[in-house]
Design a protein around this ligand. Structure first.
Ligand SMILES: C[S@@+](CC[C@H](N)C(=O)[O-])C[C@H]1O[C@@H](n2cnc3c(N)ncnc32)[C@H](O)[C@@H]1O
Length: 194
């Protein structure tokens, strides 16, 4: 989907995604000292706003101007550095203690462009968290885009985070409201060597 399609989606409903952070973030973030964070493809800002409320200095980037405007409204007095930009070409120009990419499903060229600078943007000793729909979610889970090639697999994701130390990479289950079937995500947790 391009930015206009995302703009349309974000303008149709009040909140497309949940107001709560993705459930896999808080347990990892709880182990980290508060610092700076970069949220790439931040959508309506649920993860960025939650982190900022936890005391983090957050930069959040998305190419949907409508999504970013909505995120600003939801954030209210919570300060986040909101940036409207394409994450396949964005250059942060600095490093962050935490870099996260949550539910970005784009083609291989886009993922390579995104991850090449995202990995560089992790401060030595810092953390990377990635969450995406696992390929198996298409047939055995719920939600996500109907295109197999853009799903996350261990084989697809591991080379993208080469240079980081993998803490864990693998499938995780996520309950979905109103569904008897759980979603199957792929969680990547890695750290940058000192
Ligand atoms: C499924 S939403 C996830 C939003 C957020 N990470 C979350 O977990 O709530 C995917 C987001 O990726 C953004 N996106 C997709 N491709 C992008 C690109 N090339 N540049 C910037 N944002 C992009 C969309 O605008 C959308 O907000």
């Amino acid at each position: 989907m391009d930015s206009q399609q995302w703009d349309l989606m974000y303008s149709e409903k009040e909140l497309v995604w949940s107001a709560k952070p993705n459930m896999f973030l808080p347990p990892i973030v709880a182990t980290l000292p508060v610092g700076s964070a970069l949220d790439l493809a931040s959508g309506e800002g649920r993860n960025a706003i939650w982190l900022a409320n936890e005391g983090w200095d957050v930069t959040a980037v998305d190419f949907s101007a409508v999504g970013i405007e909505k995120a600003k409204r939801v954030a209210g007095d919570t300060e986040v550095n909101w940036v409207v930009a394409d994450v396949t070409t964005y250059q942060p120009g600095r490093t962050f203690d935490l870099v996260m990419i949550v539910y970005v499903h784009i083609d291989d060229a886009g993922m390579e462009a995104l991850f090449s600078y995202a990995v560089d943007a992790v401060t030595p000793g810092g953390t990377f968290i990635g969450v995406g729909h696992a390929l198996r979610n298409l047939t055995e889970g719920v939600g996500g885009p109907p295109v197999p090639e853009i799903h996350w697999t261990e084989e697809r994701m591991s080379p993208l985070v080469a240079g980081l130390d993998i803490v864990s990479v693998g499938e995780v289950l996520r309950p979905v409201a109103g569904s008897e079937v759980e979603a199957i995500d792929l969680l990547v947790h890695a750290t940058k060597p000192q």
